[in-house]
Design a protein around this ligand. Structure first.
Ligand code: PLP
Length: 378
């Protein structure tokens, strides 16, 4: 039996998603910008997908832009916001635990001379809204906070933070990387103060290589890539119609199940924690409150994460060490959380999906226990 517990890295595309992509590739292969029938058909499919994604976010379709992936959605938002606001100030606030997709663009902006301040959060909660708001001044042009941390599962109260930020400076733009929260953690975008929000297809059983950016009406960002005027000129170039439709289908599939899955994940997460705690020398880094039940960061003290990962892999259990994107490098994120190196070096990430079964977690724990004993012996 193969046990896939790396859904934070990517999820398996669902059958309806694959079916929809295949259908669009074979029947709706026109260029959505073409003026003839073939183009109109493709445009119709693309606009239907936009409606579906907007439906999942409960906002209007014209505020959704398709992007080549989650990373480019975030890039377009951050650079687009800062460039649009350049004359108003030079201060940017963020958490210090963002995914590389947001962290690295912010580092680039710092090199360009922007004053980027990153707050190191505590895993055990704090008043994020007042902390961010307290740092906002008249020069603050952008605040960037992720919805769910991809390594620990910590949830940031982004709606609350955005409101506090706007109270401090109504002009400041607020971007949220919702890649690990979309379709998993409930949030309300419509009446929120979030100006920009990024999502990605492959974390919700859609295809890789497609993302979306919500741009609130009235929030101005400028293009940072230049070409045709597609996707509000923010993501120019011919749209990936098939994958946009795949993302739309994923939203249609996941939306109605989101609540049921959240409950299932909460139960499974609790079950997994109890079983892990019963194994010698294990530790859990993920917080118990304000955390996505989809993600659990854990380990066995004294056993390096890569060794454990390969032990599990040899038994066809797939997890990741820290974040899949850090690929064996020391986790910058866990360090920013103040986790001692010794524990961070041993941390693996288990990430579930609606398909995860209790028996799979039983097997995982069985192998984890075996790993603790046999790796130590050797
Ligand atoms: N943001 C977070 C929190 C993520 O976990 C990821 C992917 O792991 C991304 C952004 C990047 O998304 P994509 O892989 O679609 O570029």
């Amino acid at each position: 039996m193969e046990i896939y517990l790396d859904n934070g890295a990517t999820t398996k595309p669902s059958k309806p998603v694959i079916r929809r992509i295949t259908e669009v590739l074979s029947e709706n292969w026109g260029n959505p910008s073409s003026l003839h029938q073939k183009g109109i058909q493709a445009e119709t499919a693309l606009e239907e997908a936009r409606e579906q994604v907007a439906g999942g976010l409960k906002i209007s379709a014209e505020t959704v832009r398709f992007s080549p992936n989650g990373t480019s959605a975030i890039h377009g938002a951050l650079f687009g916001a800062v460039r649009a606001m350049r004359r108003r100030g030079d201060k940017i606030l963020s958490t210090a635990v963002e995914h590389a997709a947001a962290h690295n663009p912010l580092q680039e902006l710092a090199k360009e001379g922007y004053k980027v301040e990153m707050l190191s959060p505590s895993l055990h909660g704090q008043d994020f809204a007042s902390e961010f708001a307290g740092k906002v001044d008249e020069k603050t042009i952008l605040v960037n906070v992720m919805m769910v941390n991809n390594e620990t599962g910590q949830i940031f109260p982004v709606e609350e933070i955005a409101t506090a930020v706007k109270r401090a400076n109504a002009q400041t733009l607020f971007h949220c990387d919702a890649v690990q929260g979309f379709m998993k953690i409930p949030f309300s975008l419509k009446r929120s103060n979030i100006d920009l929000l990024s999502v990605s297809g492959h974390k919700i059983h859609g295809p890789k290589g497609i993302g979306g950016l919500y741009v609130k009406k009235g929030a101005r960002i400028v293009p940072t890539m230049f070409g045709g005027g597609q996707e509000g000129a923010i993501f120019p170039g011919t749209e990936n119609v098939a994958f946009a439709c795949g993302l739309g289908e994923a939203v249609v599939q996941q939306g109605p199940k989101a609540e049921e899955f959240l409950k299932k994940m909460t139960d499974l997460n609790r079950y997994l924690r109890q079983n892990i705690q019963a194994i010698n020398d294990t530790f859990i880094l993920s917080p118990t409150a304000q955390a996505s039940p989809y993600i659990l960061s854990l380990g066995i003290k004294g056993i390096r994460s890569e060794i454990l990962l390969h032990f599990l892999e040899a038994r066809r259990i797939y997890v990741s060490s820290g974040s899949a994107c850090s690929r064996g490098k020391k986790s910058r994120v866990l360090a920013a959380y103040g986790i001692p190196d010794k524990l961070a070096d041993s941390a693996i990430r288990v990430s579930m999906s609606g398909d995860t079964m209790r028996e799979e977690l039983d097997r995982f724990c069985e192998v984890l226990e075996e790993a603790g004993k046999s790796i130590r012996r050797s």
